[in-house]
Design a protein around this ligand. Structure first.
Ligand SMILES: [Ca+2]
Ligand SMILES: [Ca+2]
Length: 100
């Protein structure tokens, strides 16, 4: 899935030491490549993504974070929003539409 791959790539990019987890400082240094991002923005984004509050963002947490379409704080922070693949002609919403 495109989102899956996007999440993995982003996660690898932010995870500077490659241990599979994104720490607050890794996220912060990534976010603060954008000078508009304050410490508070970065901390908020981290807190939002770190669902279980263990002070690390696992790949699963990060993927869920991306799936939620990036809350405004992340967008303001300059994180690239997930995009549907260009080939996909039908612009389907990321969630909700389910064929049963
Ligand atoms: Ca790491
Ligand atoms: Ca966590």
């Amino acid at each position: 899935m495109a989102t899956e791959e996007h999440a993995r790539r982003q996660s690898n990019e932010i995870d500077a030491d490659g241990d599979g987890f994104i720490t607050a400082s890794e996220l912060k240094s990534h976010l603060q490549e954008n000078p508009a991002v304050s410490d508070a923005n970065a901390a908020q984004t981290f807190a939002f993504a770190d669902a279980d509050n263990d002070q690390e963002i696992s790949y699963d947490e990060f993927r869920d974070f991306i799936r939620q379409g990036f809350p405004g704080v992340a967008r303001a922070a300059g994180l690239p929003a997930p995009r549907p693949p260009a080939r996909c002609s039908a612009a389907a919403p990321p969630s909700g539409a389910k064929h049963g």
